[in-house]
Design a protein around this ligand. Structure first.
Ligand code: ADP
Ligand code: MG
Length: 349
C-alpha cells in the first residue's frame, strides 16, 4: 500500500504563562492510502493536538512546532505558509469534529454551506454546485435531501448534523479525512450508524481516515491499525487485532478493561477504569509516562523512556516489560484470555 502521510519525530508545545506544555513528544507514524488509522488514548494524551498539527490548526502562538516533519506526498506541512495551508485544508485533508454545532454556521442553510466548501477550492458553476451538494447529501444518506438542502443546522438532529459535516468535509474529495471524536456526543445507536456510514463511504471513495477517539470500543470494527497515545507519546501501535488480542503494553490493557461494550469484562461484569491521573505535561517524567499508574512498573521505568520494542510484525510497544531480561508478564485482559482459550480448543480439536 502507498504511504500518503509521514509524521516523523513530531514535537509540539504550547507556551503559556504557567510554562511550556509539552503536548506532543516525539510522535512518528505513517498513513497509507485507503486505510483507517485510529488514534486512541484518554483525554489529554495529545490526540487532538497531533491531529490538528497535520493541518496546522493549533493556534500559533501559543502552539510551537519544536521538531519533526509532517510529510504529505513528500512535502513538509510544517514549512508551509498559512495561505498554502488554506489550500490544503478541505481540498487535500478534510476534518470533522466532535461537535458539529460549533463548526456549522447557524445562520446559513446546510445546502449553502456545502456549496461554499466546494466553491472555496473548485471553480464550478452555481447550478453544478447545487447538483454536487445534493449528491453529497444523498451520499451521507440524509433522507429527503431536496427539502433538507434549504434548512438550517438547528433543524437537524445531532446525528444528521454530523452527516452534514461529513458531506462538507468530503465535498472536495480530500485524500485524508481526520475525524476527531466524531461520535462522542452521539448516543450509541446513532454512533454506530455514523461509523457504518464512514466505513461505507471509505470503501466507495477510498479516502484515508484518521479516526480519533478515547473509546477503544469505537474502533474495533472501523480501523485496520491503531496507535495508542499517552502523555503526548505513542506507547503502542499495531494492527487492530494486535492491539485487541496481543497488546504488550499495560496502558492498552487498562484501556481494554475499561471498554463497556466489548463483551470482554470480568466474569462478575465489572469494568475497571485505570486508576490515577495522566502525567503533568508541564514537567513530563523522564521515564515512561505511565510508570506512576502501572502495576508492573520496575525501577528502570521511572528512569528511562522505553524504546519502541518490536513485539510483532509492524507491532511496537514502548514498555520495558518487552525487554529480554524483564520478568515475563502475560497480557491479563479478558479479551486476550478468550483468544488463548479458543486457540487451545482449536489445537485440541
Ligand atoms: P486529547 O485530544 O488526547 O484529549 P489534546 O491533544 O487536546 O488531548 O491535549 C494535549 C495536551 O495539550 C493537554 O495537556 C492540553 O491541556 C494541552 N493543550 C491543548 N491545547 C492547548 C492550548 N491551546 N494551550 C495550552 N495547552 C493546550
Ligand atoms: Mg481531543
Amino acid at each position: 500500500m502507498k504511504k500518503i502521510l509521514e509524521v516523523k519525530n513530531l514535537e509540539v508545545s504550547f507556551d503559556t504563562y504557567a510554562g511550556e506544555v509539552q503536548a506532543v513528544r516525539d510522535v512518528s507514524f505513517d498513513l497509507y492510502e485507503g486505510e483507517t488509522l485510529a488514534i486512541v488514548g484518554e483525554s489529554g494524551s495529545g490526540k487532538s493536538v497531533t491531529a490538528k498539527s497535520l493541518i496546522r490548526l493549533n493556534p500559533e502562538p501559543p502552539a510551537r512546532y519544536k521538531a519533526g516533519e509532517i510529510l504529505l506526498h513528500g512535502e513538509n506541512i510544517l514549512d508551509k505558509k498559512e495561505k498554502e495551508m488554506q489550500k490544503i485544508r478541505g481540498s487535500k485533508i478534510g476534518m470533522i469534529f466532535q461537535d458539529p454545532m460549533t463548526s456549522l454556521n447557524p445562520t446559513m442553510t446546510v445546502g449553502k454551506q456545502i456549496i461554499e466548501a466546494l466553491m472555496k477550492h473548485q471553480k464550478v458553476a452555481k447550478s453544478e454546485a447545487r447538483k454536487v451538494a445534493l449528491e453529497m447529501l444523498r451520499m451521507v444518506q440524509i433522507p429527503n435531501p431536496e427539502k433538507r438542502f434549504d434548512e438550517y443546522p438547528h433543524q437537524f438532529s445531532g446525528g444528521m448534523r454530523q452527516r452534514v459535516m461529513i458531506a462538507i468535509a468530503l465535498v472536495c474529495n480530500p485524500q485524508i479525512l481526520i475525524a476527531d471524536e466524531p461520535t462522542t456526543a452521539l448516543d450509541v445507536t446513532i454512533q454506530a450508524q455514523i461509523l457504518d456510514l464512514m466505513k461505507n463511504l471509505q470503501e466507495k471513495i477510498k479516502t484515508s481516515i484518521i479516526l480519533i477517539t478515547h473509546d477503544l470500543g469505537v474502533v474495533a470494527h472501523s480501523a485496520q491499525r491503531i496507535i495508542v497515545m499517552y502523555g503526548g507519546k505513542i506507547v503502542e501501535s499495531g494492527t487492530t487485532d494486535q492491539i485487541f488480542y496481543k497488546s504488550r503494553h499495560p496502558y492498552t490493557w487498562g484501556l481494554l478493561n475499561s471498554v463497556p461494550r466489548l463483551d470482554i469484562h470480568k466474569e462478575d461484569g465489572r469494568l475497571d477504569s485505570i486508576e490515577g491521573t495522566p502525567p503533568d505535561l508541564f514537567a513530563p517524567p523522564q521515564g515512561c509516562p505511565f510508570a506512576d499508574r502501572c502495576e508492573y512498573a520496575m525501577e528502570i521505568c521511572r528512569k528511562k523512556m522505553p524504546p519502541q520494542f518490536e513485539t510483532g510484525e509492524n507491532h511496537h510497544s514502548a514498555c520495558w516489560l518487552n525487554h529480554e531480561f524483564a520478568p515475563k508478564v502475560e497480557n491479563p485482559t479478558q479479551i486476550a484470555k478468550k483468544l488463548q482459550k479458543e486457540e487451545v480448543q482449536m489445537r485440541e480439536q
